[in-house]
Design a protein around this ligand. Sequence first.
Ligand code: NAD
Length: 258
Amino acid sequence: MDKPLVDLRGRRGLVFGIANADSIAAGCARAFAAAGAELGVSYLNDKARPFVAAVAEPLGAAMLGPCDVRVPGQLEAVFADARARWGRIDFLLHALAFAPREDLHGRVADSSAAGFALAMDVSCHSFIRMAHLAEPMMQAGGALLTVTFYGSERVVAHYNLMGPVKAALESAVRYLAAELGPAGIRVHALSPGPIRTRAASGIDRFDELLARAAADAPEHHLVDPDDVGALAAFLASDAARRITGTIVPVDGGQHLMA
Ligand code: NAD
């Protein structure tokens, strides 16, 4: 074989969701770049920019401007910038989520309509919008990746509102995979075990989730962003060319355990 199985040389991808070097998106960006991909990266706002640049610049990634998915036009501007630079993209990673603290910390039964809608918009519908914008730029096919959590399927203490939101995201993955499959666009969700990140710190008693993961997972190892990156690079590559519509656990086997 004259090239490695996970080879992204000549491929171009957009990475959404880097907050800092500990972000899942940062681990994925490192893996994409190590496999040879050229990357475009967005940042939430000016405050986040230097932390994102510290991850992106050593990887040679282009900073494609601010992208708060709640701000009309910003997501579109990132895609327009990518189109102007490259004409096409081959993959993207959506690794972002948000829920208002009061809703996230309460029971699903008590969640507000506004809080639920905002969490769905930022954490789920933004992926659908990215798929919509990516489709015309993926004439030669491509891969759309998002990040979910097992709390979508089973009731995980303190995951609360994000459970139904991630369930919707996973369902969107399946529908998008069916709709975009004829164009050669593959769609997946990566489902990591708990990782200590900025977003995770918003979940009540997150330390308990980490301790349980380490205890329950057959490998007794916590997952890190680079583990998720290895999976992301594989799914973005031709090595995964006949795989689509999956929710792939990268959790040391924790999902197996009752
Ligand atoms: P993180 O805090 O590093 O990243 C979350 C990102 O979401 C940040 O970059 C933030 O800027 C972005 N974001 C929030 N609101 C946004 C908005 N309105 N517009 C654009 N971006 C916005 O945390 P992370 O854990 O790396 O989270 C990435 C993804 O992984 C999320 O979808 C999260 O639900 C998922 N996930 C995390 C874990 C975990 O344990 N950390 C486990 C499974 C899944």
